[in-house]
Design a protein around this ligand. Structure first.
Ligand code: NAP
Length: 223
């Protein structure tokens, strides 16, 4: 896999749905080597081919989730929220030594209510143990915003939760590489509030007829 920019290799696990491909497109455009993961290699490759045709490049590859995770430096989990825990358990060995960015918001689009603690990311950290550094991020970034106006930077802000602020810093770089402002927002327990914000945003999108409601932070000067 070519990596002329010496950037970390990113794997988007469950990257064949709505959220994963948008993140993949954005990071590939920013120069990151990107791998799409799926339970099925053929499905991952089909999504990679589709995204490469949009980008007119071959910078995105597709593999089965476990292989994708092993090939990557940073993994981003975008499986459907109802499969979060089994997916984490099945990928435990493959994720060893990596940062896992957990984008899970356990909110049902049809009946949006805030989830209860522990946060999905805290649960992931508990299952995966200290061999994996879990960072929660991107739960409030809508798939529809990622896919449109690819030539423009994203305007969404991102709240990043991690037990180690240094790990959060790695993911802040990923968000900033595609134009988003990203803020360290405390440890993994706080991520349940970020997931809950998704419930609010879905409700607002429905009420106001939007697909791209998100958040912006004020009052904090990021030097
Ligand atoms: N959609 C959004 O706007 C948005 C925004 C922010 C955060 N998120 C979060 O991002 C995550 C993905 O959301 P999404 O809307 O992209 O979901 P999705 O399209 O419904 O599903 C994503 C992928 O999950 C995989 N999957 C389905 N069942 C699975 C199972 N039993 N085990 C393992 N993998 C399974 C599928 O991949 P394969 O069949 O290829 O394995 C599917 O393509 C969710 O946690 C969601 O809360 C979504």
């Amino acid at each position: 896999m070519t990596n002329k920019n010496n950037l970390p290799i990113l794997a988007i696990l469950g990257g064949t749905g709505k959220e994963g491909p948008g993140l993949a497109l954005r990071w590939a455009l920013a120069g990151y080597p990107v791998i799409i993961g799926s339970r099925q290699h053929e499905k991952a490759q089909a999504t990679a081919d589709e995204l490469n045709s949009i980008l007119e490049s071959d910078s995105i590859q597709g593999f089965e989730n476990g292989i994708a995770a092993r090939k990557a430096d940073i993994c981003v989990l975008t499986v459907v929220y109802s499969a979060h825990e089994p997916a984490i358990k099945s990928l435990k060995d493959d994720l060893r030594g990596k940062i896992l960015v957990d984008a899970t918001a356990r909110v049902d689009f049809r009946n949006p209510i805030p989830p209860t603690p522990p946060s999905a990311a805290r649960l992931a950290q508990t299952v995966l143990g200290d061999q994996v550094r879990v960072v929660a991020a991107f739960q409030n970034v809508p798939a529809a915003a990622l896919r449109k106006n690819l030539d423009q930077p994203l305007k969404e802000d991102v709240l990043i939760c991690a037990d180690d602020p240094e790990d959060a810093g790695e993911v802040i770089k990923l968000a900033e590489s595609v134009g988003m402002k990203a803020y360290y927002a405390g440890n993994l327990d706080n991520a349940v509030v970020v997931e809950g914000l998704t419930s609010i945003l879905i409700s607002m999108n429905k009420h106001y007829g939007s697909k791209t409601g998100s958040i912006n932070i004020s009052g904090i000067d990021k030097a």
